[in-house]
Design a protein around this ligand. Structure first.
Ligand SMILES: NC(=O)C1=CN([C@@H]2O[C@H](COP(=O)(O)OP(=O)(O)OC[C@H]3O[C@@H](n4cnc5c(N)ncnc54)[C@H](O)[C@@H]3O)[C@@H](O)[C@H]2O)C=CC1
Ligand SMILES: C[N+](C)(C)CC(=O)CC(=O)[O-]
Length: 475
């Protein structure tokens, strides 16, 4: 049976949670008295559908069912996870949590998105909520800070991993958890810089995005500073910059007077900086950049990239495609694959086929361990045929046929299926088996040779393409 999440409060964060659960196959029930809630969540969902699948080389599970409810008790009935995301006011959260407690199953995780309240404050009226503090956009960023009873945070952590998130469980409760204390310090300093006329909002953003912001996504603060200490590492860094802490480098102890003048100054500069773009437009730009950054991190397994890799491994791949051949890739086309003509760019066909061939290599035993042992396959030739357009969001299931695997050559046909009765494209590939120490072509031996021969034999009676271009007799 499917799992159910109840989203109480469907604004910026509740909408993001709804998308995260839904796109990972959970049914989602929303309660939000705002008559515009369905429209707003619909727009968040559209952004999530454009971006989240682009992180993975495997398809996410089929979407769950989304429902809206005018009654909180109806929304939370039968839920495995209830997420409270109403505005950051303690009295409001107390009232909502009391109503959740009265209607939610006794074993449901009850999470609060609160940016700063502690569980002891949230539960003053007898609730048993934990803090499950996410980051915007919730459907893309993996971090969730968990605070509260250890049996509940442990249960929550296990669930969060299954939806591609990174639970960080706090050792003890503290106002604003870990990340928001940090963000608040940076934000306060930025407000001072604007108020004192030292920098504009745009100049502050340049100072972040042109420099240290790029470093933080992949190594954080301390690992970055370790490197900044040179060969002597962290100790040298501390010796050099520790004394600066007592110099007047920050004004963190003071809070600028948060009055109308400061609001007008900041909001005015922000309008001048970004007012020519709609919020939805900015969200799409942000999401596309985040997907690109996270895909780069996935290559090295750094930071969020490691989380995506682990989640991807847990997504099922296998079985057979519409033609009865093994599925070697199953993806949803992300924005970044689409070009100025509004369809998947030719370079991406090669990327998709290359990943499918990698998977087939692993299936015959030429996997990471085999390559580390000194042997691999190199591609010698490719031939792409386009039969139908592939658009953003299309699900592409690739099946691979072993057309030949005699001796040193491995001849494959990758068919791209997008729902039609015939493939939308095919990529024929000829690979050569190589000894990586000599860089010379050699025949595979042992299990790789045997499994390849078995696949070739098994696929021999399967219909072959009407035109085979590669590995043909000369003449
Ligand atoms: N916006 C952000 O960057 C982040 C916010 N948070 C936290 O998430 C929570 C929600 O914040 P946002 O989504 O930004 O606020 P928001 O203002 O975008 O959304 C709040 C939603 O709650 C609904 N609501 C109000 N009273 C309600 C009630 N009694 N029952 C059900 N729904 C009700 C509103 O109609 C609205 O749709 C806050 O606790 C906030 O601190 C956490 C991480 C980031
Ligand atoms: C500004 N904020 C305190 C609401 C920020 C957060 O809670 C997390 C985020 O997404 O930056």
């Amino acid at each position: 049976m499917g799992r159910k999440a109840a989203i109480i409060g469907g604004g910026v964060i509740g909408g993001g949670w709804a998308a995260r659960f839904l796109l990972n196959g959970w049914d989602v029930a929303v309660f939000d008295p705002d008559p515009e809630a369905a429209r707003k969540i619909g727009e968040v969902l559209a952004n999530a559908r454009r971006s989240l699948p682009g992180l993975y080389e495997r398809a996410l599970p089929p979407e769950g069912v989304l429902s809206y409810h005018s009654d909180l008790a109806e929304a939370v009935a039968g839920a495995d996870w209830v997420q409270e995301s109403v505005p950051e006011r303690l009295d409001l959260k107390h009232g909502v949590l009391t109503r959740i407690m009265a209607a939610a199953p006794a074993d449901a995780v009850i999470g609060s998105s609160t940016s700063g309240f502690k569980p002891s404050e949230l539960n003053e009226k007898g609730a048993r909520a934990i803090v499950a503090h996410p980051f915007n956009p919730v459907y893309l960023l993996p971090l969730v800070e968990l605070v509260g009873a250890s049996d509940q945070t442990a249960k929550a952590a296990d669930i969060l991993r299954t939806i591609g998130m990174f639970p960080l469980t706090l050792r003890k409760e503290i106002d604003a958890h870990i990340a928001d204390r940090f963000l608040e310090a940076v934000w306060r300093e930025a407000l001072w810089l604007v108020k004192d006329g030292i920098a504009t909002t745009e100049e502050i953003d340049e100072a972040i995005r042109m420099g240290f912001g790029l470093r933080w996504a992949q190594m954080g603060l301390f690992e970055t500073y370790r490197i900044a200490g040179g060969e002597a590492g962290m100790r040298h860094f501390l010796a050099q910059f520790g004394p600066c802490l007592t110099w007047p480098w920050t004004k963190l102890m003071d809070v600028p007077d948060f009055n109308d003048a400061l609001v007008d100054l900041i909001a005015g500069q922000s309008d001048a900086q970004s007012g020519h773009r709609s919020i939805r437009d900015l969200e799409r730009l942000r999401d596309e950049n985040l997907v690109g950054i996270m895909r780069a991190l996935k290559r090295t397994g750094s930071g969020a990239g490691g989380v995506i890799r682990a989640h991807e491994q847990s997504l099922p791949l296998g079985g057979t495609g519409p033609d009865g051949l093994p599925v070697t890739l199953d993806i949803q086309v992300p924005t970044s694959f689409v070009d100025y003509n509004g369809h998947m760019n030719e370079a991406r066909y090669m990327e998709v086929a290359s990943r499918a061939s990698d998977r087939f290599m692993a299936m015959v035993g030429a996997d990471d361990a085999y390559i580390a042992g000194g042997f691999s396959y190199f591609t010698a030739e490719n031939h792409i045929r386009y039969f139908a357009e592939i658009a953003i969001g299309d699900r592409v299931t690739v099946t691979t046929q072993a057309l030949g695997g005699d001796g040193r050559k491995l001849h494959l046909l990758n068919r791209f299926w997008t729902g039609g009765e015939t493939p939308a494209a095919t990529v024929e590939t000829l690979l050569l088996h190589v000894d990586l120490s000599t860089r010379r072509v050699v025949a595979p031996e042992g299990p790789v040779a045997e499994r390849t021969a078995a696949y070739v034999a098994a696929h021999a009676d399967h219909p072959r393409p009407d035109r085979i271009v590669l590995n043909q007799p000369r003449g």
